[in-house]
Design a binder for this molecule. Structure first.
Ligand SMILES: *Cc1c(COP(=O)(O)O)cnc(C)c1O
Length: 365
């Protein structure tokens, strides 16, 4: 319906954070605790479609207590990063994939689709106005586009009003302790997604359902939780917010196949392509927890890692479950894992040739 491209009304923040304060905050970046000066917002209603696009000072929304998102969790999001390259350019990594996946999530959650060009424009407008918020060096500006149901209505049906918004947060490394391999907890009590459910959609509800398992992982002294399939509690699926890969001693790589219960990660997709280019065999096939244990013990499995935009690539050193734990390799991040991580980061940072055209330079920054 929306043939016309949206034109953002730009209203610069009258009280941006003073530069000295920002640079001070940059010295100790965590993940998702500090936010930039602006946000991009677009509204949707059943009668007007997408309207009122603006970039304005970041601040609270006034929403009615009966806003449907607060009751029925009709909400989706994306996660992407803007990087400051050594040549000074600000770049995004495969943002078109985020725009496309956002609409796949929207369809699953009975929400309106946002034209990809408008999604990208909102993200780029925000990066442009908050370009000084992109940290130099290893940090990046994490971008969080999201959409929620904002109609004041308690009946159960798709909302007739939505707010789309993009906020930005300068980030350092996702895991404290840097490149150290993580310890993960295998959840045998809780599952993340079932066939026909919302596992392939990036919706807040999936995360809400995973938090108790993540809390169990923390209580077990682990960094992250890994979920098994809901039907048989047998097949390894993914972590709460990251896909998982296994590296075998013949150099081949296995990762669970996308089948509706796993989030189709852009990092996952990129690493599969890079590994194949390195001449490695990548098998997208089911891998059971029993096999995982057996292969780690026999030495057939030499490395495992988790991946996603936030953490990029994180080696898995130890796996703990109800009844024991085992190490993978020597318990450190392995060589194949590091090599893949470097290949990906090299493209994102402009150090290696972007032969796939994955990097999008933001003009005017
Ligand atoms: C976002 C997400 C990922 C990783 O996706 P990327 O596109 O690589 O950032 C993996 N699993 C889940 C559940 C996620 O929400």
């Amino acid at each position: 319906m929306q043939a016309e491209r949206l034109t953002f009304d730009i209203k610069p923040n009258a009280n941006p954070m003073p530069e000295a304060d920002r640079l001070k905050a940059f010295e100790n970046l965590g993940f998702g605790t500090l936010f930039s000066d602006h946000m991009a917002v677009i509204r949707w209603s059943a009668d007007k479609g997408w309207h009122s696009p603006e970039v304005l000072a970041r601040g609270p929304f006034a929403i009615d207590p009966a806003s449907s998102v607060l009751h029925y969790a009709q909400e989706i999001f994306e996660g992407m990063k803007a990087y400051r390259r050594a040549d000074g350019r600000a770049v995004l990594f495969r943002p078109e994939e985020n725009a496309r996946r956002f609409n796949e999530s929207a369809r699953r959650m009975a929400m309106p689709e946002l034209p990809e060009a408008d999604f990208l424009d909102a993200v780029e407008q925000l990066v442009r106005i908050d370009a000084k918020w992109i940290p130099q060096g290893e940090g990046s500006l994490y971008l969080r586009p999201f959409m929620f149901a904002s109609e004041t209505f308690l009946g159960v049906r798709p909302s007739k009003e939505y707010i789309f918004c993009v906020i930005a947060s300068p980030v350092g490394p996702y895991f404290k302790g840097g490149a150290k391999a993580v310890k993960i907890w295998v959840s045998e009590n809780y599952t993340r997604a079932a066939a026909g459910g919302t596992g392939a959609a990036k919706c807040g509800g999936n995360y809400a359902a995973s938090l108790i398992a993540q809390a169990e992982a923390s209580a077990q002294g682990c960094d992250q939780v890994v979920f098994l399939d809901a039907a048989e509690h047998r097949w390894v699926e993914e972590l709460g917010g990251m896909n998982v890969f296994f590296v075998m001693n013949d150099g081949s790589i296995t990762t669970p196949p996308l089948g509706g219960t796993i989030l189709p990660g852009i990092t996952r997709n990129s690493l599969i392509a890079l590994a194949r280019e390195e001449g490695l065999t990548v098998n997208e096939q089911p891998y059971s927890f029993e096999q995982w244990k057996a292969d780690a013990t026999s030495g057939k499995l030499v490395e495992a890692f988790a991946c996603g935009t936030a953490a990029v690539v994180a080696g898995i050193g130890t796996v703990k479950f109800n009844g024991g734990e085992f190490k993978i390799g020597n318990g450190e991040t392995g060589a194949a894992t590091s090599k893949l991580r470097e290949a990906l980061v090299g493209i994102q940072r402009g150090v290696s040739n972007d032969r796939h055209g994955w990097v999008r330079v933001i003009d005017g920054v």
